[in-house]
Design a protein around this ligand. Structure first.
Ligand code: ZN
Length: 473
């Protein structure tokens, strides 16, 4: 009931041409952000603003919200756990302000936020108190035109994942407002280029084994290989923000449609693993962006394509074999590997990093086994890529971009025939254990080469890969 009442309130409050302007002041001396916003063209009804959905989980603390009319007369603010209701006395603009503090000086990972005296890294989901885009959509109201001015010290560079850059950032709506990254520091090195037909911005802080040129080369290769395999880069611009993380914690993630955060531990040296992660996050532009479907495809099949395309780019099929066998050993170590299907695991919301979840590890093997089955059945004429492209085309016709699992299976069957459908039934809706022999045979079908199962390596002690689910993929 409350939600409906709020919806009505918001509907009444905002005309189509509403504008919402944020001035976001970066205050490094005592690290915090000071935000002032102005929401215009109101008809005088109460306005409901929601807390950033990721505020607490992503390490920010929002406090001290207050509001006035345009002449500075205070307006009452009614607050509950998630929302602020502002009540203007007459039609006109509302100004509101608040302060953002950061739990951490260095972000815990790419889905978190952190600020120190010399740097800021944030996911924008943790920054903006704003009207709720879901509510506005439900009642058919356009989102206010949003403008953001970041007021940072003169020697700081501001990096955002919004499609426009410059002194004023212009997210295209509420989803984009909270679906990006925002970083600032004096020592960002910024490279603008195009790859796979799309503009790409790469911003890097810190110095590590991965030189700027190596990371830039990997990023461009990932976009180019993605475009070759899956079709045009589906966003207007891609931004990679590569920042220094905590010791022992390396992660990457896609925020919103086109902003990729890579927060790596300072001494990161694993070239193949990090290149694979970068390919994985890049391929989320297609799987997870242009097309939404079951989590095992979005994470696992993405991981498979990332490994295969990385190996193709490096002209080293051994990379694919090494990454698949690593995945296989991780899969064997997952306690529930014959107890739950990937779908059941996803529905139970089990937590863990990407080495501990079937949707990643078995999902990657599913990608490999399906690709191999299709190639085998069609004498190399077709591959999993044909299924993917078909599904991406279908997703493009739908507002939600959502593809159902039965549609994926039908496409696998259409492209690869009954034998490929049998592999699907063995791997996807089943808890049967995948054998090492199957992985070896599939690698042969895909690469034309023999890669025997390598000895098991000791598991690493540090976290790396994607952040656990629950924040933002
Ligand atoms: Zn992912």
């Amino acid at each position: 009931m409350l939600a409906l009442a709020l919806a009505a309130v918001v509907a009444a409050a905002q005309a189509p041409q509403d504008t919402l302007i944020y001035n976001l002041a970066v205050m490094p001396a005592e690290p915090h952000l000071s935000v002032e916003a102005r929401l215009t063209d109101l008809d005088g009804s109460p306005v409901v603003l929601v807390m950033p959905p990721a505020a607490t989980r992503a390490g920010t603390i929002i406090q001290g919200i207050s509001a006035t009319d345009d002449r500075g007369v205070p307006l009452p603010v009614t607050r509950d756990a998630q929302t602020f209701m502002l009540e203007p006395r007459a039609p006109g603009a509302i100004r509101f302000r608040y302060r953002i503090d950061f739990r951490d000086s260095i972000p815990e990972g790419s889905t978190s936020s952190g600020m120190s005296t010399h740097s800021l890294y944030a996911v924008t989901a943790s920054l903006f108190v704003a009207p709720d885009p879901v509510v506005l959509r439900k009642i058919g109201r356009p989102y206010p035109a949003v403008r953001i001015r970041v007021l940072a010290p003169a020697d700081w560079r501001v990096i955002s994942g919004y499609p426009t850059d410059g002194p004023v950032l212009e997210p295209a709506g509420g989803d984009e407002l909270t679906g990006s990254t925002l970083a600032a520091a004096p020592d960002f090195r910024v490279y603008n280029d195009t790859a796979g037909g799309a503009p790409v911005t790469l911003a890097i802080r810190g110095h590590r084994y991965f030189s700027d040129s190596l990371l830039a080369t990997v990023v461009k290769a990932a976009l180019r290989k993605g475009e070759e395999t899956l079709g045009p880069v589906p966003v207007a611009r891609v931004t990679y923000t590569s920042d220094i993380g905590l010791k022992g914690r390396t992660s990457g993630s896609l925020q919103g449609d086109g902003s990729i955060g890579l927060v790596w531990e300072p001494g990161e040296v694993l070239e193949r693993a990090r290149a694979h992660d970068t390919f994985h996050e890049t391929l989320h532009l297609w799987f997870g962006g242009a097309m939404e479907t079951e989590r095992w495809w979005i994470e696992g099949v993405t991981d498979y394509f990332a490994a295969r395309l990385l190996a193709a780019w490096r002209n080293n099929p051994g990379d694919l074999a090494a990454l698949c066998y690593e995945s296989y050993y991780n899969y064997l170590a997952i306690q529930h590997n014959t107890r739950l299907t990937m779908d059941e695991e996803a529905r139970r919301g089990l937590l863990g990093d990407n080495t501990q979840l079937l949707v990643y590890r078995k999902g990657m093997l599913a990608g490999l086994l399906l690709d191999a089955a299709i190639r085998r059945a069609t004498h190399g004429q077709r591959r999993l890529d044909d299924v993917a492209r078909r599904m991406l085309a279908l997703a493009a016709t739908r507002q939600t971009h959502y593809i159902r699992e039965d549609e994926l299976r039908s496409a696998v069957r259409d492209v690869g025939g009954a034998d490929a459908a049998l592999v699907w039934d063995h791997v996807v809706p089943s808890t049967e254990l995948i054998s090492a022999a199957e992985v070896t045979a599939a690698l042969h079908d895909v690469t034309g080469m023999d890669f025997p199962l390598p000895p098991r390596l000791k598991p690493g002690k540090t976290f790396s890969g994607e952040m656990p689910p629950g924040v933002i993929r």
